[in-house]
Structure formats: structure tokens, C-alpha cells
Design a protein around this ligand. Structure first.
Ligand SMILES: [Zn+2]
Length: 235
């Protein structure tokens, strides 16, 4: 197999509702908040780990195509016809030579210039949202703080994608479909409680500016199978 091209997708991820990508327990500071967001260890500025973005894109496509194991583990079939494995990768020991390397590389997304400056100058800080867990018996509220990147903030994202001569054209479409699905889903934690709505803006594919609504066409095709697969009501 021959590497025909490297597609480069860049642009911004705009936070529409507070974004909470949690830090690991090892990163939690003594005396700090219970639910902090992940921050760059050097700059202490919030960022979106490439692994979080890639994992979310993958899991959405797995749900969409039913490609996950019975116990909910990621697909690891390593078949070239799989919509997931060639694009997002398999475990090293399962990968056959004819599958080639994982096509997608998702970089860490750092704050866009304007927002980085505001955070550095202290003009903007992560917000703390207090959520109440209500005791159903005595009605007592137990507030818990959740740190979030405020709505409006933008991060620069970059995705690189390998295209081999033997690849199916659906491979790259998988990425765009997953991005369209993510806009209707949520990134990071507490998505079911309103966090993590995002959208991709100013998207360039190989330096070519895309229309602001270009993901819509991928959204429609990615959702059409839902209605098609529904059993028709019996008369
Ligand atoms: Zn697979």
C-alpha cells in the first residue's frame, strides 16, 4: 500500500455550553476543587486532549454503526471493511499488515490566540457551576462544584488523516460524520446535564475553507440510517 496523501483538517472548536473535561485524580491539587478540568501542566491553561476528542468521535461512530463488543468495549475486528478500525485504530497485536496504520491523528487542541491571552492575563478564568444532588428522602440538597471552560471560548484543533491508494473513500467521510454527530452530542463530562455542547467553526480541509454549514450534509447522511432501520408499524 502506498500513502497517497495526508489530509489536514484545521479550525476552531467553539464551546457553546460550559465544557468539562475532567482532570485525572493524580492532577487534583490539595485544597483544590473536587471536579477540576484538565489543564496543561506547564501553562495551567485549559486544553482539549486529542485523546478525548478522538475517543468521542470514535465512540459516536461505534454507536452509530453498532460496532462495539457485547461488553461495550471498542471494536477491534481489524477488518478493512470496518467503518471504525482502519480509521481509529486497533490494538497492535490484532492489526494485520494489510490494514495499515491508524489513519487519524487528533492533536491536542489549545486555546485560540485571543482566548489564550484572556486566560493568561486573568481576564477570564474557568467557571464553577454548582450542581445539586437532591436526597430523595429528606429533600436536602448536596451542592457539588463542577469546573468548566466558559461558553464562547475557542480552541484550535488539528486532525491529520492518512489516505492510502487502496483505501475506501468512506474512511475520511467517517471523520466528518463523527464531527457532525459530536455537534449534536457533547464533548467531555456531564453532557446529559447540559455541558459540552460545541461546534466546529472556520474549518479548513487541506487549506480550503469550508462553508460554515458544511457538516450538515454529513449530519443528514449520518442520521438517515436511523429512520431507515426503524421497523415500520404493523397495520
Ligand atoms: Zn472493527
Amino acid at each position: 500500500m502506498i500513502l497517497n496523501s495526508l489530509k489536514i483538517l484545521t479550525g476552531q472548536i467553539e464551546v457553546l455550553t460550559g465544557l468539562h473535561i475532567g482532570a485525572s485524580h493524580a492532577d487534583i491539587e490539595i485544597g483544590g476543587l473536587d471536579n477540576p478540568i484538565i489543564k496543561d501542566p506547564w501553562t495551567r491553561l485549559p486544553y482539549i486532549p486529542g485523546s478525548s476528542l478522538k475517543g468521542k468521535l470514535r465512540s459516536l461512530m461505534e454507536m452509530k454503526t453498532g460496532k462495539f463488543t457485547e461488553d461495550g468495549k471498542p471494536c477491534d475486528c481489524a477488518e478493512p471493511t470496518c467503518p471504525i478500525c482502519p480509521v481509529f485504530g486497533t490494538s497492535a497485536k490484532k492489526r494485520p499488515a494489510n490494514l495499515g496504520p491508524t489513519r487519524i491523528i487528533v492533536r491536542d487542541a489549545y486555546l485560540s490566540k485571543k482566548w489564550k491571552k484572556l486566560f493568561e492575563e486573568g481576564e477570564l478564568i474557568p467557571e464553577v457551576k454548582y450542581e445539586n444532588a437532591i436526597n430523595r428522602i429528606n429533600g436536602v440538597a448536596n451542592p457539588r462544584p463542577l469546573e468548566r471552560v466558559p461558553a464562547g471560548v475557542e480552541f484550535d484543533f488539528s486532525i491529520s488523516f492518512k489516505v492510502f491508494d487502496t483505501d475506501r473513500s468512506e474512511y475520511f467521510d467517517t471523520v466528518l460524520k463523527a464531527m457532525a454527530m459530536l455537534e449534536s452530542d457533547a464533548l467531555g463530562g456531564a453532557g446529559s446535564r447540559g455541558c459540552g455542547q460545541i461546534r466546529f467553526v472556520n474549518v479548513l480541509i487541506d487549506n480550503e475553507k469550508q462553508a460554515e454549514d458544511f457538516l450538515n450534509s454529513y449530519r443528514e447522511s449520518s442520521c438517515s440510517a436511523d429512520t431507515a432501520s426503524k421497523p415500520s408499524p404493523r397495520s
